[in-house]
Design a protein around this ligand. Structure first.
Ligand SMILES: Nc1ncnc2c1ncn2[C@@H]1O[C@H](COP(=O)(O)OP(=O)(O)O)[C@@H](O)[C@H]1O
Ligand SMILES: [Mg+2]
Length: 248
């Protein structure tokens, strides 16, 4: 299958307010696709639609050829939310071993997942005592254990130091090379260049859906943040935004 995720005319309204306004796009299988856009533009809402936990107002979301959220996708789609979803009264190792048991994965794979996120040396520490970034990484390790075909990650690198951020992106590409489809949100434009493909979002609308290289060529700049600005000015010529408002 060429596309792991297909979204058609997706609209979401919350409390009578339009949040997503008729999005149509497809995410290629076996690649890292980035969902980039400023805080509040609707990234989390869109990812929730992809994993099937968001009530939608219109449109269709298909994942691996099935409607998003269908039972058959339960073990094929992994989701790491912005709020880490692991047990705070257990140690990191107890958490990964627990999730390994749930997914029928070996303890060795669990320990390897800990190493992948750079937490081996803290394995015995209770999750409650971790920093936000460490907790997010522990959460990610647990999600990696289900070895999903599609991995949906909501701002997985927030608060990480640059070395670890670099390593995690390398790990995402390793997973993609093995056939996993990654759909990763970020509000940090310097992560955009690390993706095979980019969706740029603003106010619940997509303003670009292309490869980083094509976006650079089309906008005539090597700087993806500048490219984003130029695209916004194209879409909203009557309302050029002051730089600080569009800065991600
Ligand atoms: N449960 C909710 N109730 C009301 N508004 C919401 C709710 N969830 C999201 N929103 C609104 O939807 C918009 C998009 O939010 P979100 O998808 O979290 O954006 P992002 O992840 O890009 O920061 C925001 O304006 C947010 O306030
Ligand atoms: Mg969000």
């Amino acid at each position: 299958m060429a596309h792991a995720i297909e979204v058609n005319g997706l609209a979401v309204d919350i409390a009578g307010r339009g949040i997503l306004h008729g999005l149509t796009f497809a995410v290629p299988a076996g690649q890292v696709t980035g969902l980039l856009g400023p805080s509040g533009c609707g990234k989390t809402t869109l990812l929730r639609c992809v994993v099937g936990v968001q009530v939608i107002s219109a449109g269709e979301v298909q994942v691996l050829g099935e409607p998003a959220g269908s039972a058959r996708l339960r073990h094929r789609v992994g989701y790491v939310t912005q709020a880490p979803s692991i047990y705070s009264d257990l140690s990191i190792r107890e958490n990964v071993h627990y999730f390994a048991a749930v997914h029928g994965t070996s303890r060795r794979a669990a320990d390897r997942a800990l190493a992948d996120v750079g937490l081996s040396d803290r394995a015995t520490q209770k999750v409650a005592t971790l920093s936000g970034g460490q907790r997010a990484r522990a959460s990610l390790a647990c999600a990696l254990l289900s070895a999903p075909d599609v991995l949906v990650l909501d701002e997985p690198t927030v608060g990480l130091d640059p070395v670890l951020r670099h390593d995690l992106w390398a790990h995402f590409h390793n997973l993609a090379a093995g056939g996993t489809t990654l759909f990763v949100s970020s509000h940090v434009m310097d992560e955009a260049g690390r993706c095979n493909r980019l969706l740029l979002m603003r106010d619940g609308r997509l303003i670009a859906d292309d490869t980083p290289r094509a976006l650079r060529t089309e906008t005539g700049t090597d700087d993806l943040e500048e490219a984003f600005l130029r695209l916004i000015q194209r879409v909203e010529p009557a309302h050029p935004m002051p730089t600080e408002e569009v800065a991600l």
